[in-house]
Design a protein around this ligand. Structure first.
Ligand SMILES: N[C@@H](CCC(=O)N[C@@H](CS)C(=O)NCC(=O)O)C(=O)O
Length: 247
């Protein structure tokens, strides 16, 4: 029995949903409401002490962190393999995973919070803001820096640069192959939520002159797993309609 505790709009949750759907694995989709702070309740923190989603429960055993969950699923359900068979190929895929976690996954949070999520903090009193910040187990420093008005222009600019670097790196890698690691792997699924969020926030100009990246993006969106992952209500533009550009 697999239960995914996740949130429709969370990019980290989307990584795991993509892999579950691509592999055709049945799972119980349990939605955690961020506004109700369900990810910060004692019950949820007992499963995931970081107070973040997603968490996978496999026969009650918590498996945590989206990239770890992706690799776990690929190990335990090998019928549709999403990792290279040879150690060198696997090392290359893991290098992409680490890069994606360290660079674009971190960078996309800054425009996401500035354009969308920070609005929920605008009217908090000083005391409530402090409580809200202190409640964030893993991201206290991040929330403190965001405050009630968002990250600085310099931080925003740096994030845009890092996102553009990612797209350029992908376009270069995809010049002579269909997928980031020759065959379709976890690396491709890991970066999809960042690219989808970039489009959602109106940042798709970053790949307007990147033909290989565009071809890859069209191929990813054509997959049934992509359509199953992005059901209505999974994008910021589904909820906040003044943001971004049409898909
Ligand atoms: N490294 C973790 C990070 C998970 C994470 O940051 N999740 C975000 C949603 S994408 C979250 O739960 N944020 C809760 C919050 O900001 O309070 C993973 O990949 O699973």
């Amino acid at each position: 029995m697999l239960e995914l505790l996740n949130n429709p709009i969370s990019t980290c949750s989307q990584k795991v949903r993509l892999v579950l759907h691509e592999k055709g694995i049945d799972f119980t989709d349990t939605r955690i409401d961020f506004r109700a702070k369900e990810h910060l309740t004692p019950e949820y923190l007992a499963i995931n002490p970081d107070g973040v989603v997603p968490s996978l429960l496999h026969d009650g055993q918590p498996i945590l962190d989206s990239s770890v969950i992706m690799e776990y699923l690929d190990e335990v359900f090998p019928d549709v393999p999403l990792s290279p068979r040879d150690p060198v190929g696997r090392a290359k895929m893991r290098k992409w995973l680490r890069f994606i976690e360290e660079v674009p996954t971190v960078a996309i949070r800054i425009p996401s919070f500035n354009q969308v999520f920070v609005r929920h903090r605008a009217d908090l009193s000083d005391a409530d803001l402090e409580d809200d910040t202190n409640a964030r187990t893993l991201r206290r420093t991040f929330y403190r820096e965001m405050g009630r008005t968002g990250f600085s222009d310099a931080r925003l600019q740096e994030s845009y640069d890092r996102l553009r670097e990612t797209v350029t790196r992908m376009d270069d890698a995809l010049a002579d192959r269909d997928w980031l690691c020759v065959d379709l792997t976890l690396a491709d699924f890991c970066v999809v939520p960042t690219i989808d969020r970039m489009r959602d926030l109106g940042l798709s100009e970053a790949w307007s002159d990147k033909p290989h990246m565009k071809r890859w993006w069209e191929a990813m969106q054509a997959r049934p797993a992509y359509r199953a992952t992005y059901y209505p209500g999974t994008r910021v533009t589904d909820i906040y309609d003044e943001i971004g550009e049409p898909a």
